[in-house]
Design a protein around this ligand. Structure first.
Ligand code: SF4
Ligand code: SF4
Length: 274
């Protein structure tokens, strides 16, 4: 959900004309542009080092683009399959994915009766609108805090709450404003407009977060019958590592023939899209 919230905030801040937070807080782009502040360089290097222990941490858990790619991938027509032919349930690929993106077959015997699943589904379905409304309400109520990232809002609040700073020559924000033609009244009016944008946008953002949360819960309550080991459509990066573990030969036409379940590597690297 963190990446979903980040994506929603990025759209809200861009729509309100405040700033592009994705550019500002991307841990890598500043390094390539050679203009990253020190703390972002540290965070970027931290993510790179973390990548030695957790596969692609930024892409999987934080990147807002990753959310969009994940969703689009779920609906894409072609998908990778681990085995080039029929899965023989040897389980060799089960732990091969560094991204935990392999879906296991559904157990033959479901411990929970169908009635229980159905009740859960109805409950989560009924909760979706509540999540949307609750999310919208909470974020909209936080609009004053969110709007403080806007320069006009920040400056107007600062000048009103700390009038003594008007004479501070070291405060560049205030001195720059005072040297402009803009009056404090105009600034306060502009800040009001920005806050109103955040109040309205907060409903959209909170509703969006609530909707994604509700659908995610609902999704967990749905039991999909799966016979084979399959990559998750959204989470799979198509790196192909799992394929090397599958002992089913690429040329298998007759499923079950020529299968060596003791093999752990298939160097021919089956590549098949379904
Ligand atoms: S292709 Fe890579 S990311 Fe996808 S399931 Fe296989 S190992 Fe995981
Ligand atoms: S390694 Fe291949 S045959 Fe074995 S469980 Fe995975 S997909 Fe099926």
């Amino acid at each position: 959900m963190f990446a979903v919230v980040y994506l929603g905030l990025a759209v809200l801040y861009a729509a309100a004309g405040t700033e592009f937070i994705i550019c500002r807080y991307d841990p890598f782009v500043g390094i390539f542009r050679l203009d990253a502040p020190f703390h972002m360089v540290v965070i970027g290097i931290g993510f790179l080092l973390l990548g030695m222990f957790v596969a692609r941490p930024y892409c999987r858990f934080f990147c807002p683009y990753g959310v969009l790619l994940n969703w689009m991938s779920i609906f894409s027509r072609k998908h990778l399959s681990i085995t080039p032919a029929e899965c023989v349930q040897c389980k060799l690929c089960e732990n091969s994915c560094p991204f935990d993106a392999i879906n296991l077959p559904t157990p033959e015997k479901d411990p929970d009766p169908a009635k229980k699943h159905f009740r859960k589904f109805i409950l989560y379905f009924a909760l979706v609108p509540l999540w949307v409304i609750a999310g919208g309400y909470v974020v909209s109520k936080s609009h004053k805090i969110l709007a403080r990232a806007d320069q006009d809002v920040f400056l107007s609040e600062l000048m009103i709450s700390r009038p003594d700073l008007l004479d501070d020559p070291d405060n560049l924000d205030i001195q720059t404003f005072l040297s402009s033609d803009k009056s404090l009244d105009t600034l306060v009016e502009d800040a009001k407009i920005v806050r109103e944008k955040f109040r309205k946008g907060g409903w959209y953002l909170g509703g969006f977060i609530g909707l994604v949360f509700g659908i995610t819960l609902l999704n967990h309550s749905v039991i999909r019958k799966r016979k084979d080991y399959e990559p998750h459509r959204g989470d799979c990066f198509s790196c192909g590592r799992c394929m090397d573990f599958c002992p089913v030969p690429r040329a298998t036409v007759n499923p079950g023939a020529n299968v060596n379940p003791s093999a752990t590597v298939n160097p021919s690297g089956p590549l098949k899209m379904q």
